[in-house]
Design a protein around this ligand. Structure first.
Ligand SMILES: [Zn+2]
Ligand SMILES: [Zn+2]
Length: 141
């Protein structure tokens, strides 16, 4: 599989048993259909950093691209840009054939980060109640 952005060969990386394809040239990541949601559900920040630490960042030369963002998985798939999230307006590229998703460098953490932001909003009242209780117990100033 080749990077849709620069044509470099993608390398297989694993996050918590989920297999992804990473471009070591531009640091983008390819998710097959459903994988992005699985990674998102891990609800863990610094996933990109984790991959970097585990697999390093070998220098990989760019290949040839013709200007179109083509799906690395299927021959005819064309990647279409759309906004994945509401809060951070992260733009990702999805294949209209296999529904796989291309995520550029540092966008993954924004996607996962938003998940946590949303949870924070949902939990705000619970956290406030907890902090009040903790403050009463531990003498928080
Ligand atoms: Zn690339
Ligand atoms: Zn595809």
């Amino acid at each position: 599989m080749k990077c849709p952005r620069d044509g470099a060969e993608l390398a297989v990386v694993r996050v918590e048993g989920i297999e992804l394809d990473k471009c070591h040239h531009c640091d983008g990541l390819w998710f097959d259909a459903g994988e992005l949601d699985r990674v998102r559900e891990l609800d863990r920040s610094g996933v990109e950093e984790q991959i970097e630490q585990q697999y390093g960042s070998p220098t990989v030369a760019a290949g040839e691209v013709d200007g179109y963002m083509r799906c690395p998985r299927c021959d005819n798939g064309r990647l279409q840009q759309f906004t994945y999230t509401y809060n951070n307006r992260v733009r990702i590229d999805r294949c209209n054939e296999c529904m796989g998703v291309w995520v550029d460098d540092s966008e993954l953490d924004a996607i996962i980060g938003e998940n946590q932001q949303l949870e924070k909003i949902a939990d705000t009242s619970a956290i406030k109640a907890f902090m009040r209780a903790a403050g009463a117990i531990f003498g928080r100033n």
